[in-house]
Design a protein around this ligand. Structure first.
Ligand SMILES: CC(C)(COP(=O)(O)OP(=O)(O)OC[C@H]1O[C@@H](n2cnc3c(N)ncnc32)[C@H](O)[C@@H]1OP(=O)(O)O)[C@@H](O)C(=O)NCCC(=O)NCCS
Length: 379
């Protein structure tokens, strides 16, 4: 097997500049345009954060109102897209549904050349923020419940509440809306992570926003990235007591298995998003009278730190928080998409504003010279 070099995965190397986000640098651990994640997650709405990332500054009251209205007005899905979503089988993975939905919408509403100019508005980005939740929930409800959900629901203003309302057919409680809002903010942006880098590479070829976001969805899908929240849930769900969790985790570690929801490529001691979502998970566990899942999750956190000095990343306590709100496991990573599309789109605009095609070189490790062998003489 080829030895993994210390710089593998571009670890520790700067691949460009950004004014959007710092990871592991400021005292808060994570900032969006200079604002600490702790402040944003406790004080802002997801719509405010989306505006901050895309338009460069926090909106004033009028700007925020207009932006919320704009996003609400963009919620409906074209009939052709609904027809495509209805063809996708129930056992498909919702991340594949989102990839298809995003790509298909790009056929119906292609980004026009002038819309690629950063100064001329962000219609496609806003359209995707408004429709990605509708795409995944429309497909989910149709394929699982036979229901054609109203994605253009204008009663619920926040995107957080809109998602939960489409999913459960009832408006969520204040607590659930708050948690969902905080979750979307925590997942909105994270510098040059794998999916954002994918989107930026695509943008650097002067491609369109739909292609950049479709590529981002593909990268986010894997369990080493966004798929970790689902994988963490699949792991902890069968464990009925903290002691059982500890015993099973120790077996995994002895077998040198990766434990999903732990560790991070940049953070070395803790993930600032974890404390925030963990607190919300605790509140939700008390609300539902849970006596198992939260305790199991806490024990996992303690064991992983004790045994390997590995800490929970943003994904681990998201798993229990989403479960307490009745969200099916297979929709966990799609929620990440609904949030991260803001970061992807902001990075696409930033790349376009100061573009040079991203084209690194490679260290060649193949043979120096190979002699041609005719087809019928090859072994
Ligand atoms: C996030 C992740 C991909 C970072 O990878 P990375 O930068 O290559 O990780 P590191 O270099 O810090 O790993 C250091 C060591 O800890 C181990 N390690 C890291 N994360 C681990 C985990 N979740 N479970 C078990 N061991 C882990 C590595 O195998 C490595 O061991 P080694 O030195 O014996 O080879 C990795 O931690 C991981 O796969 N985590 C699980 C998936 C996940 O939760 N992803 C979401 C990230 S937000």
């Amino acid at each position: 097997m080829t030895k993994i070099l210390s710089g593998a995965g571009l670890r520790g190397q700067s691949a460009g500049q950004t004014a959007l986000c710092t990871v592991g640098k400021a005292s808060s651990g994570l900032t969006y345009r200079g604002y600490g994640i702790d402040v944003l997650a406790s004080k802002a709405s997801f719509e405010e954060v989306a505006y901050l990332l895309l338009y460069g500054a926090l909106p004033n009251r009028t700007q925020l109102h207009n932006y919320e209205q704009k996003l609400m007005s963009l919620r409906s899905l074209p009939e052709e897209l609904k027809a495509v979503l209805e063809l996708i089988p129930k056992d498909a993975h919702p991340m594949d549904v989102m990839r298809t939905g995003c790509s298909f919408l790009g056929n119906l509403e292609p980004e026009l050349p002038f819309e690629k100019q950063p100064s001329l508005g962000l219609h496609t980005a806003d359209r995707l923020i408004a429709t990605l939740p509708a795409i995944v929930v429309y497909w989910y409800r149709f394929s699982h419940d036979g229901v054609r959900v109203d994605t253009h629901n204008m009663h619920v203003q926040s995107l957080a509440g809109h998602f939960l309302t489409m999913l459960h057919d009832v408006e969520p409680s204040k607590l659930h809306t708050q948690v969902m809002n905080a979750s979307l903010i925590l997942y909105a942006e994270h510098e040059f992570n794998a999916s954002t880098f994918t989107a930026r590479v695509c943008a650097s070829t002067m491609s369109d926003m739909f292609s950049c976001v479709t590529g981002g969805i593909g990268s986010l899908r894997g369990p080493l990235h966004g798929g970790a929240n689902e994988a963490a849930m699949d792991m902890i769900e069968p464990w009925k007591t903290p002691d059982e969790a500890e015993a099973e985790l120790l077996k995994k570690l002895a077998n040198k298995e990766m434990v999903m929801g732990f560790g991070h490529a940049i953070y070395s001691e803790s993930d600032p998003r974890n404390e925030i979502i963990k607190q919300w998970s605790k509140k939700l566990s008390e609300e539902v009278g849970d006596t198992c899942l939260y305790a199991v999750s806490e024990r996992c956190e303690a064991v992983m730190w004790r045994e390997k000095k590995l800490f929970c990343n943003a994904d681990f306590f998201h798993a229990s928080a989403y479960r307490f709100m009745g969200i099916p496991t297979k929709l966990f990573t799609p929620i990440f998409v609904c949030a991260r599309v803001t970061g992807w789109a902001a990075h696409v605009m930033e790349q376009r504003a100061n573009n040079r095609i991203i084209r690194p070189s490679a260290d060649y490790i193949g043979p120096d010279h190979a002699d041609w062998v005719a087809l019928d003489q090859r072994p």
